[in-house]
Design a protein around this ligand. Structure first.
Ligand code: GN1
Ligand code: MG
Length: 355
């Protein structure tokens, strides 16, 4: 990826000659995000969209417009940052490298990366659940898939299988045990295939598709949700996506970048809080079938993410940004270890199991 041409984007926003400074923000693995400040202390959020991942950035800004308007109608526009047009009036700016940028209000806030404070988890979960609830009237047919088949477990499994044929031989050998363990869990792929074939039971709703704690903007006390961030993957999706990502990212004893991935486990109290807060906020909207499979959400998403990290490792780290050798392998091991821990907890405490 090119070094982001932030100066060009700033000129497109504020014009040549203005004085400003900027700083890099966020911990995303895909896009580059900045907070830019003018000499008058006005602040704006600017993001270079990764064109190798999002081939049609128009879809992102189109979805954002629709979502922002729908939230305005519900007096809930504060839930996301207001999109800001560039000086040309366009919502996207293309720099001389051919990379696209978008801008939005900067929301001064506190980001929390991990916590064991259950009241904070509850707030975050209610934030994502009410986002979907608030947008229940929005016709999902009007929203674009910003990434085709993004949380399609069947596709992710096929990509993994393909990496086993085309991937780096030494990396395949090195992760043989993990490949085998993931292959044993194709019951999750079968479950996914069954649910997409039953549209009356499993409906498409507006899902954030990256529902992690750090994508919630808290006020400075950390006791109130200000807004939801990182909306580039907000699009129609199934019931398991956001709950599953929350379980994946908020109930783990260590995050996916730990250098000791085999030590991770699910924190039972965190799981219970995430699960029950989500269910209680959204259950009226879900079908009987969806409610009965809510515990599958974490399993499906953690399994999918383990496949995705491992696939990227086998293919030479082309997708996820890494800071050290073997990081994607460790991330895949982390997810797999977390999956085993969740399977165990669900079986013992909730008598829930997927064959
Ligand atoms: C990516 O870049 P970031 O951290 O917002 C990925 C998510 C993964 C996540 C894993 C577009 O999100 O699906 O869950 O990494 N987003 C995309 O950390 O692939
Ligand atoms: Mg994201």
């Amino acid at each position: 990826m090119h070094k982001p041409l932030i100066q060009e984007a700033l000129e497109a926003l504020w014009g040549v000659g203005d004085k400003w400074h900027h700083e890099s923000i966020g911990d995303g693995l895909i896009n580059y995000s900045y907070c830019a400040t003018t000499q008058f202390n006005e602040r704006v959020f600017l993001q270079q969209i990764n064109g190798a991942v999002f081939s049609d950035p128009d879809r992102i800004v189109s979805n954002l417009q629709l979502i922002y308007s729908a939230l305005q109608e519900r007096n809930a526009a504060h839930l996301i940052a207001r999109p800001i047009p560039f000086k040309s009036g366009a919502w996207l700016f293309c720099d001389t490298n051919g990379q696209f940028w978008r801008a939005a209000d900067y929301i001064p806030s506190k980001t929390i990366h991990n916590t064991i404070d259950l009241s904070v988890l509850r707030l975050a979960v209610q934030g994502f659940a009410s986002f979907t609830t608030m947008l229940s009237e929005l016709d999902t047919g009007k929203l674009y898939p910003t990434l085709d088949n993004f949380h399609d477990l069947s596709l992710r499994y096929n990509q993994f299988r393909q990496a086993l044929h085309e991937g780096d031989q030494s990396r395949i050998a090195e992760t043989g045990w993990l490949i085998e363990a993931l292959e044993k869990r194709t019951g999750y792929v079968r479950l996914y295939r069954q649910l997409v074939e039953a549209p009356a039971d499993f409906k498409k709703r507006v899902m954030h598709h990256d529902a992690k704690l750090s994508n919630i903007l808290f006020d400075s006390t950390g006791q109130q949700v200000m807004a939801i961030a990182d909306l580039d993957t907000t699009m129609p999706g199934y019931f398991f996506s956001d709950l599953g990502d929350m379980v994946r990212s908020m109930s783990a004893s260590a995050d996916e970048n730990t250098e000791q991935p085999k030590k991770v486990h699910v924190l039972p109290a965190a799981y219970e809080t995430i699960f029950s807060s989500y269910r209680d906020t959204i259950k009226e909207q879900l079908t009987v079938a969806e409610n009965s499979l809510l515990h599958a959400a974490g399993l499906l998403m953690i399994y999918m993410q383990s496949l995705r990290f491992l696939t990227d490792f086998l293919q030479g780290d082309r997708y996820y940004q890494t800071k050290r050798q073997g990081q994607n392998k460790d991330r895949a091991v982390h997810q797999y270890t977390l999956l085993c821990s969740l399977e165990d907890l669900l079986q013992k405490k909730y008598q829930f199991h997927i064959d």
